[in-house]
Design a protein around this ligand. Structure first.
Ligand code: G3H
Length: 195
């Protein structure tokens, strides 16, 4: 690709309450980000460059993309959905620690390999992202609006960072990341929305 733009979805109602997973709508701040995103993208991409937008199948990424120009092709990928927290879906971290203390500790000890009961590990997500990465490698400019865990894996791939460390990497909300692969490595730029 020439460049890849990456963003988490705007803040969701679950982000406000500290719950993980789910399929919540955007919060008022998240809604504001969805309205600011078109200009941020246009300023970075340029007016006349066509862009393809990939989202997950969850409401918070689709809503984040909803004000982008209609001329942009949009595609929803199940493979871009958030890491599946299984039985912990919808809980806060405090509730997980209280209800599943051994799991909470096991995840902290080996976050990359820990698989939620009835759900996924980061290793699982890296594997399900393989078709996405292959498609990305042979595509032109793409904007991907996805979730923190998924974004960590895609980012680590292009920045040649260790996947085992990526589960600990903080990816801020309301920030557009531009990655441009070059012969000597991947160039990175970040644009923070004023929210
Ligand atoms: O809501 C879930 C997060 O995007 C994933 O965070 O893997 O650090 O628990 P975590």
């Amino acid at each position: 690709p020439r460049s890849i733009w990456l963003s988490r979805h705007g803040e969701s109602q679950y982000n406000e309450t500290g719950q993980i997973g789910g399929d919540a709508e955007l919060s008022a701040n998240g809604e504001m980000y969805s309205r600011k995103l078109p200009k941020m993208v246009r300023d970075s991409v340029g007016d006349d460059r066509p862009l393809t937008v990939w989202t997950s199948t969850l409401k918070r990424t689709i809503s984040t993309a909803k004000h982008l120009p209609k001329e942009y092709n949009q595609l929803q990928w199940k493979a871009l959905d958030e890491l599946d927290a299984g039985v912990c879906d919808g809980l806060t971290y405090a509730e997980i620690e209280e209800q599943y203390p051994e799991d909470f500790k096991a995840r902290d000890d080996d976050k990359y390999n820990y698989r939620y009961r009835g759900g996924e590990s980061y290793r699982d997500v890296v594997i399900r992202l393989e078709p996405i990465i292959m498609e990305l490698e042979r595509s032109e400019d793409i904007l991907i609006i996805t979730h923190q865990a998924v974004l960590r894996c895609i980012y680590a791939y292009f920045m040649k960072k260790s996947q085992e460390d990526s589960p600990w990497m903080a990816v801020p909300l309301h920030t557009l990341i531009k990655l441009t692969p070059r012969a000597y490595g991947t160039e990175e730029q970040r644009y923070k929305a004023n929210i």
